[in-house]
Ligand binder design. Structure first.
Ligand code: IVH
Length: 752
């Protein structure tokens, strides 16, 4: 008798899951690719004929959803803590001693695991089905990235081993999403070919992938996951130790670290750390340290945790890997605002899993300070997030005849891209190409215009931008609005010998997204125009206080900021109480006093004018002296913005925007969140010192987004915005279960 469609479906699903697990989790494929494809296609056909069989946890449903507008915030059932870090073996010994002291008489055992360098994730399963996957966020709440995580084949959509009936009611697995090194290299190669910007390392590529709003795109990224922890567990397997956890995770169908060490003493732990360091270059993903965890859960509970990290675990970080190589040349790169950046061209060398042939040298002064010369043998270092840097020069190996680096000599006093004049402002360390028509700048401005946080234009990466400038199709970003699919389709991105066409499909995408950009918010537009010094956050602040681009160009607010800054300088200069300014005569003294008082009065009035608009906040009243204050945008950016709109480029841009009928207004967060703002009706308490914002700034942001602030934490408090040295308010918020945000999480909620 043949199977019913339902029975066949069950058999296929189980078989495919088994093969997925063997291939993606255990790395031991049990069937050939062809056999697998056959089963998979049979499943697709069966589900096409009987759509009712297509349940959400069918292997066919990994890429289900449509692109979304943004991520929901998920509150973690149990906080996702971080780890205390050390680079010192001595501190590892001290850590072991510390825990032993807290647990007198207990015989302790430890687990040493690789510290995967990826993005921390929590996977929630309810009744055995994968329901929610979230990023760590601030530890209390993260982004709901379920749809993106479903595309990762080593994440089971349904827990294995335990049958449906005895699946845990709730099981949260925690671990790290990673990108394999080989997958990362391939991804970057493909991006280079498509003219898209490259990721600096697998971790950034992972973070970038998880942030994608289109799961279809994420499905093509070589992501994987390693699990090493758990969150909420209800009616689940009895787990009483880290080793027990690994065992359970494995049984449920998760990938766990392939190497772990079970140790009894500090010496054994240190030996494990050493061994891990020797084998980790052979892993297919990046690791940056070892995590040492007390094995038994009952003992963990007895030692507890601080606000951020458990006392029973510690991360030992390996020193960033260094290598010695030869500096073959120093070339000069031209940035989008014309900045000339020296780049070290190195003899290729293998460091920590990848080949390095270029490193940043920052600027001429830095090169001079460290006396780095072409021909030198240099030590380079690969540091977590940043581009490799030159750490030092091996002076003993310097060949004869080398010369100190000199930007004018290296460039022949000309921009290496356009041959135009170069200039170094007194106050800046960087040289700049002053030709605004410089093709290198033009191409980078196009690319910047198209960036995701700017106007989000598809298919416009560095190669396409270069070609558009080279072929004279777009010298400035607004030229993009005149381009047609007919012009773009045949664009050759390759060479004459090896042509590679842009293609109609990509051209259509580009033209469509350029059209879409017409109606994007003022904040995105201001940022997209590549005005020197104007970042994404300051662009958003400008957009909040101005109706449109024209209003920014003739902004009285910005003019006021500059005037107040000048007044402040004058006040310092003429301060009669300063010793430098000791007046010679009584008459001069009176005059000075009068002038000083008048200027302080003007300053006060100006600040009050801006404060009324919500653009300035007084941070300290100083009696008769000038008050301390902050403005949404500082004087340097204000000067730069007004200077840009006053320049020929600025004036032309305004004229062209008007002709194109483009009049961007509002900000993106406002549009999506309605006029009330994301914090409408929410009550905040602020405590501690935030890393970059003053109290008043954060308060202004809360209010600008519809929320209000109060002084003390109660059950009615919705959020506690907590910085360094947060004290009793933090403790109280924790007891009351108030949602705690750090500055980063807060800014994210503000849409910045
Ligand atoms: S345990 C309460 N184990 O490192 C303990 N973390 O610096 C929570 N990480 O946020 C973490 N490998 O993203 C743990 N084997 C491992 C890990 C690991 C990587 C990451 C994780 C965590 C960060 C802390």
């Amino acid at each position: 008798m043949t199977d019913s469609p339902q029975q066949r479906h069950t058999v296929l699903v189980e078989e495919i899951r088994r093969h997925d697990r063997a291939y993606y989790v255990e790395a031991q494929p049990t069937v050939s690719d062809r056999e697998y494809d056959q089963l998979y296609h049979e499943l697709l056909d069966l589900e096409a004929a009987h759509p009712q069989l297509r349940t959400s946890d069918s292997p066919s449903q990994r890429v289900g959803g449509e692109p979304i507008d943004g991520f929901e915030t998920v509150l973690h059932a149990e906080p996702m803590m971080s780890l205390d870090n050390t680079y010192s073996q001595e501190e590892v010994r001290e850590f072991v001693e510390r825990v032993q002291k807290l647990l007198p008489g207990e015989s302790l055992d430890w687990v040493v695991e690789p510290k995967a360098d990826g993005i921390a994730i929590s996977l929630r399963y309810e009744e055995g089905r994968f329901t929610v996957g979230a990023t760590r966020g601030d530890g209390v709440a993260g982004d709901d990235v379920t749809a993106n995580l479903r595309t990762i084949r080593s994440i089971p959509l349904r827990l294995q081993a335990l049958g449906q009936a005895d699946a845990p009611a709730v099981f949260e697995a925690r671990g790290e999403v990673i990108m394999t090194r080989s997958g990362f290299e391939k991804l970057n190669q493909a991006r280079e070919a498509e003219g898209e910007s490259l990721f600096a390392n697998p971790r950034n590529a992972t973070a970038g992938s998880l942030k994608q709003l289109d799961p279809g795109l994420v499905a093509r990224r070589p992501l994987d996951i390693v699990l090493y922890g758990s969150g909420e567990v209800a009616d689940g397997p009895e787990i009483d130790s880290q080793l027990g956890l690994f065992n359970a995770l494995g049984q449920l169908g998760f990938r766990t670290p392939e190497h772990t060490w079970h140790c009894k003493t500090a010496e054994e732990i240190l030996a494990a750390i050493d061994e891990l360091d020797r084998v980790r270059s052979g892993f297919d993903y990046d690791t940056d340290g070892a995590v040492i965890k007390l094995n038994r859960y009952d003992l963990r509970e007895r030692v507890g945790a601080t606000a951020k990290a458990p006392r029973w675990a510690m991360a030992y970080k390996y020193a960033p890997e260094q290598a010695q190589t030869r500096l073959n040349d120093i070339t000069i790169q031209v940035g989008r605002t014309g900045t000339l950046t020296p780049v070290a061209e190195l003899e290729p060398v293998f460091v920590d899993g990848s080949t390095i042939s270029r490193a940043t040298l920052h600027n001429e002064e830095e090169i001079g300070r460290r006396d780095i010369r072409v021909g030198d043998t240099v030590i380079i270092e690969k540091r977590g997030d940043v581009i490799p840097g030159v750490i030092s020069v091996v002076r003993d190996l310097r060949p004869t005849g080398t010369e100190p680096f000199d930007m004018l000599a290296a460039t022949g006093s000309q921009c290496p891209e356009c041959g135009g004049a170069i200039h170094k402002d007194e106050e800046f360390v960087a040289w700049r190409c002053v030709n605004t028509d410089c093709p290198a700048q033009a191409a980078q401005r196009l690319e910047h215009f198209a960036a995701r946080t700017a106007l989000d234009i598809d298919c416009l990466g560095d190669i396409v931008s270069d070609k558009l400038v080279e072929r004279g199709l777009a010298g400035s970003p607004l030229d993009l609005f005149d381009l047609t699919v007919e012009q773009l389709g045949p664009l050759n991105l390759g060479t004459d010998d090896e042509p590679r066409m842009f293609g109609e499909k990509n051209a259509t995408k580009l033209v469509d997204s350029v059209e879409r950009a017409r109606t994007m918010g003022l904040d995105r537009w201001l940022f997209a125009l590549a005005i020197p010094e104007l970042g994404r956050t300051t662009a958003a602040a400008l957009a909040n206080f101005h109706k449109d681009v024209a209003a920014v160009a003739r902004s009285e607010i910005l003019q006021d900021v500059i005037t107040l800054d000048e007044l402040g300088e004058e006040i310092v200069r003429i301060n009669p109480r300063s010793r430098k300014n000791k007046p010679a005569t009584e008459q001069e003294k009176t005059e000075r006093e009068q002038r000083y008082t008048a200027r302080v009065g003007e300053l006060r009035e100006g600040i009050a004018r801006l404060a009324k608009l919500g653009f300035a906040q007084v941070t300290k009243e100083n009696g008769s002296r000038p008050p301390d204050y902050t403005t949404e945008i500082g004087p340097s950016v204000a000067r730069s913005v007004l200077a840009w709109f006053g320049s020929e480029t600025g004036r032309t841009t305004l004229g062209r925007l008007a002709k194109l009928g483009i009049d961007p207004q509002g900000t993106e967060p406002c549009e999506s969140g309605g006029n009330e703002g994301v914090f409408a009706g929410k009550t905040f308490v602020i405590t501690g010192t935030l890393p970059t914002m003053s109290r008043d700034e954060s308060k202004a942001k809360i209010e600008a987004n519809g929320g209000k602030t109060t002084g003390s934490v109660s059950k009615k408090t919705d959020y506690l915005l907590a910085g360094e040295k947060a004290g009793s308010k933090l403790a109280k918020a924790q007891t009351l279960g108030v949602h705690i945000l750090d500055e980063q999480a807060f800014l994210k909620l503000c849409g910045e």
